[in-house]
Design a protein around this ligand. Structure first.
Ligand SMILES: C[S@@+](CC[C@H](N)C(=O)[O-])C[C@H]1O[C@@H](n2cnc3c(N)ncnc32)[C@H](O)[C@@H]1O
Length: 228
């Protein structure tokens, strides 16, 4: 089912006694719907911002008759920060997140202090983060972030056969690209404090100027008042 959020400040309700697994950027849901079919006693939630992929995920759920898998069309950092249950998630999957390879786009990357805070706040103690990417530099960054964060402990990633590969993974492995997988367990944090309100990073704030369409409508860039 597609979960439609009518109140963006109201946390979602999940039964505390049913294990919950969440996939960030779940795409069309190949991995998560497959897993939901194998584990009817667990609850699965996909978070994905592209509407067409959300619809594909939902269509798969209907085709497979899955009553235990849902998908939301929302931004992942926001969802983790405000909507998911506090220490209520057993496993978070982040498979092939957009790597934003250009330095000027690094601020768009999901992994950073804000996501790690929200992730830890939502994972159960002993809950897991499962991660995979084909992008070596981003893998180094993510592994570095987690190694430097005492609230997480590196563990062996889950073993997944071809039937549990994601859409992108199936493509990348088919091309023979090397894939990096890693996993971490959330540890108790005795000094934990509630999450501070989510303020945009300064580099994400809109700059003054006028947005103007250029390059046959493919790109937007800012032109200032004295504009060229
Ligand atoms: C490279 S694709 C990988 C999709 C899928 N995980 C797979 O491996 O096949 C990354 C996906 O994450 C989604 N995504 C990226 N950033 C997101 C965000 N902040 N919130 C929600 N979805 C996001 C994109 O729309 C895209 O579908």
């Amino acid at each position: 089912m597609i979960i439609r959020v009518t109140d963006p400040c109201k946390p979602l309700d999940f039964p505390a006694d049913v294990p919950l697994e969440v996939e960030v950027g779940c795409g069309k849901g190949r991995f998560l719907t497959g897993r939901a079919a194998l584990h009817p006693d667990r609850r699965f939630l996909g978070i994905e911002r592209i509407p067409e992929r959300v619809r594909c995920f939902d269509a798969k759920c209907r085709r497979l008759g899955l009553a235990n898998a849902d998908v939301m069309r929302l931004e992942a950092l926001y969802t983790f920060h405000y909507l998911l249950p506090c220490h209520g998630i057993d496993t978070v999957y982040v498979f092939f997140p957009d790597p934003w390879p250009k330095r000027k786009h690094h601020s768009h990357r999901l992994f950073g202090p804000r996501f790690l805070n929200a992730l830890h706040y939502r994972l159960k103690t002993g809950g897991r983060l499962e991660f995979a990417t084909d992008h070596a530099e981003y893998a180094d960054v993510v592994e570095g972030c987690l190694a430097a964060d005492g609230r997480f402990q590196s563990v062996e990633p889950m073993a997944r056969g071809p039937e549990e590969w994601t859409e992108f993974e199936t493509l990348f492995r088919g091309q023979g690209l090397p894939i990096r997988s890693a996993a971490w367990e959330a540890l108790a944090d005795p000094g934990e404090r509630p999450l501070a309100p989510l303020a945009p990073a300064p580099e994400d704030e809109p700059r003054e100027g006028v947005a103007r369409r250029e390059s046959h409508g493919k790109e937007w860039r800012l032109a200032n008042a004295e504009g060229d």
